[in-house]
Design a protein around this ligand. Structure first.
Ligand SMILES: Nc1ncnc2c1ncn2[C@@H]1O[C@H](COP(=O)(O)OP(=O)(O)OP(=O)(O)O)[C@@H](O)[C@H]1O
Ligand SMILES: Cc1ncsc1CCO
Length: 524
């Protein structure tokens, strides 16, 4: 029997997933929606019930020519003449199962390592379920988490074996990440034939609509073909593919993050730096900078508390880092609030090179030349600009300064003067605590210090780490308001750093990054 693994439904009859629905109804709707293979998985029912349910599922599946596979129970599969049986690593071995079921019945096997995959193929498996890709609410055992990189290694490892078998990935796959999973797990010569899902269909409000959507997404994977042109998703995805490594390297290299920052955020910024894997020093005296600049780190100049001697300290420090070729991030806090700040911005921009400038909209308008803009304190104020205006401001400033510019707000804009992106991650709490912009600057600077090859990628990685950690904190039960948000946020920054260290890039599935197609500014 030919196996089409494009969209493989694995059933789950537990109340947490199935709710009040009937298994048969859900499976019927799913095959009507486009599921290509069904596995009946039930660890709890008695043998008689298993056989009866399997028989009725087989009737439903056969009406749509979809094979029905039985999980684990070779006896049940034989008793009701299933199309196949699926074996886990602790189930019956493949050779014994084959002797029992004969040559026609499909045998599928779950594998989570290359050794298991090669062994299964050589023993006669007809398809492989590779997993677990991501943690799921029902499976939290992170040891077996492969991530897409792990799936890719297995696909590469089984390329060239005599027998070619279809493969599906399983574990935490849903409509949001299915395309990324298929794209990112591509091996050099082999890619997944499909994906297996459980709750994305079993727990869906409309299993039919969920199956239709997943089938479409699985059949038209992005980044492969788009009338011969690279899919727009591919460009963003190429960056996202690398972001986990940038964060992993940050933890491994532990770079110095030298903050010349305001009086408000000293402690918060130092804790953020530590939780992401960087080593902070809060040092506002420019005399120390030439020595610190030689330690391979990055400098943040945040002019939030502009003391009388601050300007000359900033310039000496930035020039020391410029001389060593180490990155400097400029955060022109309250740039439009006072004459002193406007003048300071002007002279810093003239005397120093900033690899990244990060500010809110009001601040960046001042930097672009809106020296008459009046900012109320350090806040951005109510914006009247369109999204495109903000993206254009970000791009033209980056093009003029030959650097990377970040404009923060509910949506962040990022540009290197050529490539411009909108990032729609984050949490409303970030707008309700002080210093979220400042500590984002610290995070980006740490990324710049550890990843020197592509400053746009380093900046994007820092923004995503920061904002996705905020989203994760936002979801926690212990967060009741802005006050409890701050410690939870620091914990989540550390959690994202840990995931990256474990090569687990699942946190990036939440990334909401869009390429903005605006023309390059011709003359700036
Ligand atoms: N409503 C929101 N929803 C999602 N993310 C937000 C929101 N408001 C701010 N952020 C995020 O918070 C971070 C800081 O942006 P913001 O524009 O508030 O900086 P700022 O005004 O310089 O802050 P501060 O002066 O307090 O340091 C950015 O990552 C931004 O995306
Ligand atoms: C509130 C405040 N005042 C100066 S710096 C700062 C922190 C946020 O920018």
């Amino acid at each position: 029997m030919k196996i089409d693994c494009t969209l493989y439904l694995v059933t789950d009859s537990t109340p947490a997933i199935l709710g009040k629905n009937h298994l048969e109804d859900v499976v019927r709707a799913a095959v009507q929606g486009g599921v290509t293979l069904v596995q009946y998985r039930d660890k709890l029912s008695d043998t008689g019930d298993l056989i009866r349910t399997a028989q009725s599922l087989r009737t439903i599946c056969r009406q749509h020519s979809v094979p029905l596979i039985i999980n684990d129970r070779v006896d049940v599969a034989l008793a009701m003449d299933a199309d196949g049986v699926h074996l886990g690593q602790t189930d019956m071995d493949i050779i014994t199962a084959r002797q029992l079921v004969g040559s026609k019945m499909i045998i599928g096997v779950t594998v989570s390592s290359l050794v298991e995959a090669v062994t299964a193929v050589e023993a006669g498996a007809d398809y492989l379920g590779i997993g677990t890709v991501y943690t799921t609410p029902t499976k939290k055992d992170t040891k077996a988490i492969l991530g897409t990189a792990g799936v890719r290694d297995i696909l590469d490892g089984i390329t060239g074996l005599k027998k070619v078998v279809p493969t599906v990935a399983i574990g935490g796959i849903n409509a949001k990440n299915i395309q990324r999973v298929m794209f990112k797990s591509q091996g050099k010569r082999k890619r997944l034939d499909g994906v297996a899902v459980v709750s994305a269909i079993m727990a869906a409000e409309s299993p039919k609509a969920a199956a239709q959507a997943l089938r479409r997404l699985a059949t038209e994977p992005p980044g492969f073909i788009n009338g011969g042109r690279p899919h727009p998703f591919k460009e963003v995805d190429d960056l996202l593919r690398q972001a986990n490594n940038v964060i992993k390297d940050l933890g491994a290299k532990h770079p110095l993050c030298h903050n010349m920052t305001n009086l408000v955020v000293q402690n918060f910024a130092a804790n953020v730096a530590l939780s992401i894997g960087s080593s902070p020093i809060m040092a506002n005296n420019g005399d120390e900078a030439p020595e610190l600049a030689k330690l391979g780190g990055a400098l943040v100049i945040n002019m939030g508390s502009i003391t009388p001697e601050a300007r000359s300290n900033y310039v000496r420090a930035a020039q020391a880092y410029n001389a060593c070729g180490q990155p400097v991030l400029f955060d022109p806090v309250g740039a439009g609030a006072t004459k002193l700040r406007r003048d300071t911005v002007k002279s810093l921009m003239a005397e120093c090179y900033f690899e990244v400038i990060k500010g809110n909209e009001s601040e960046l308008i001042v930097l672009w030349g809106g020296l008459n803009t009046q900012q109320k304190g350090v806040d951005s104020g109510i914006s009247t600009s369109s999204d495109l205006d903000k993206a254009a401001l970000t791009m033209k400033l980056a093009a003029r300064e030959r650097n990377v510019v970040v404009l923060t707000g509910k949506t962040d804009y990022l540009s290197d003067g050529t490539r411009t992106y909108a990032i729609k991650n984050g949490s409303g709490y970030l707008g309700r605590i002080t210093g979220s912009g400042c500590t984002l600057g610290t995070t980006i600077a740490a990324c710049l210090a550890s990843h020197r090859e592509d400053k746009l990628l380093a900046t994007l990685s820092g923004i995503l780490m920061y904002e996705i950690a905020a989203e994760r904190a936002n979801l926690r039960d212990d967060v009741k308001g802005p006050g409890t948000f701050v410690p939870a946020f620091i914990d989540e920054l550390a959690n994202v750093a840990r995931l990256a260290h474990e090569l687990n890039d699942s946190w990036l599935d939440q990334a909401k990054v869009e390429r903005i197609g605006i023309r390059e500014p011709r003359s700036v």
